[in-house]
Design a protein around this ligand. Structure first.
Ligand SMILES: Cc1cc2nc3c(=O)[nH]c(=O)nc-3n(C[C@H](O)[C@H](O)[C@H](O)COP(=O)(O)O)c2cc1C
Length: 181
């Protein structure tokens, strides 16, 4: 079983990182965490080369991540909520998914033949809604052919970081158990 986790947090020991590490520890098989604040992943430039030829012309870390997306069984988008959205660097990195869309739309080519299981993990410092970020994460998961069946939110991290959020931790453990079955 292969799991690919997109980490949209800049904080190495923050709330998102904690929930990711709990999930990683609980999961069987191979787990790769993509730390978007630290990886060299350029944004999509809308150069439209992928409209005419398969693949992306930007040769960076995203090239191996395209293979991981195609081959994995489980996909997770984990992010803090910034201004009700996923963080900028996460949206920037995932703008490169446009290559898959262009292949489907213009080249009639489907790179991702295997449907994946998907999950969204969000951490927010306020009591505001996670709805905008959830919708964006679900849309991005669908672009990678993952079914966003699980959404786990840790709210109020300004007063209680995720490692004290027993409800969120328990949902993470249930998710790992389900995917391991
Ligand atoms: C620039 C910025 C914008 C933020 N906007 C929101 C927001 O709209 N809603 C919210 O609940 N929390 C917001 N927060 C708080 C973070 O979501 C919160 O601190 C989160 O737990 C950080 O996750 P991390 O520890 O994994 O990095 C914001 C924080 C920053 C730095």
């Amino acid at each position: 079983m292969k799991t690919l986790i997109w980490n949209g947090s800049p904080r190495k020991n923050g709330s998102t990182a904690y929930l990711i590490s709990e999930l990683k520890q609980g999961l069987n098989g191979e787990v790769r965490v993509v730390d978007v604040y630290r990886e060299a992943i350029e944004p999509c430039l809308d150069c439209r080369a992928c409209w005419k030829k398969p693949g992306c012309v930007q040769k960076d870390t995203m090239q191996e991540l395209y293979s991981d997306i195609i081959n994995c069984d489980n996909l997770v988008i984990a992010s803090p909520i910034y201004f009700s959205e996923l963080t900028g660097p996460l949206l920037s990195a995932l703008s490169r998914l446009q290559m898959f869309y262009a292949a489907r739309r213009f080249l009639k080519k489907e790179y991702i033949t295997k449907t994946k299981r998907g999950a969204v993990i969000l951490c927010g410092g306020g009591d505001g809604s996670a709805e905008t970020a959830r919708k964006t994460a679900c849309c991005l998961l669908k672009h990678m052919k993952a079914d966003p069946a699980h959404v786990i939110v840790s709210h109020h991290t300004d007063v209680m970081e995720s490692w004290k959020d027993s409800a969120a931790i328990s949902q993470i453990h249930s998710l790992a158990a389900e995917w391991n079955r």
